[in-house]
Design a protein. Sequence first.
Length: 95
Amino acid sequence: MEKISSKLREKLRYTSLESDLKFKLIISLTGNAEWNEGVRLLQEAGLQIDSMLEEIQTITGSANREAIQCLVDIPTVASIELDETVSIMGPDSLL
């Protein structure tokens, strides 16, 4: 199974290895992951954590391309997805 989602993979394809561009991510850990250990490994790999949802084994944060490659190598990482903003308002709607 590929850990990196197809959308994120496509974005990474057009980003140079030297780029410091950060991607907002949603990372799911495997069900058998020890939570504190998983968080520590993610941080060591270069993930800047924004929020942690232990109940559903999910962490949001940001990382550059190099860090994402390190995240893939962590055995307890189940998936890495691009965190995108979704709007239900139409383009002509006023706030």
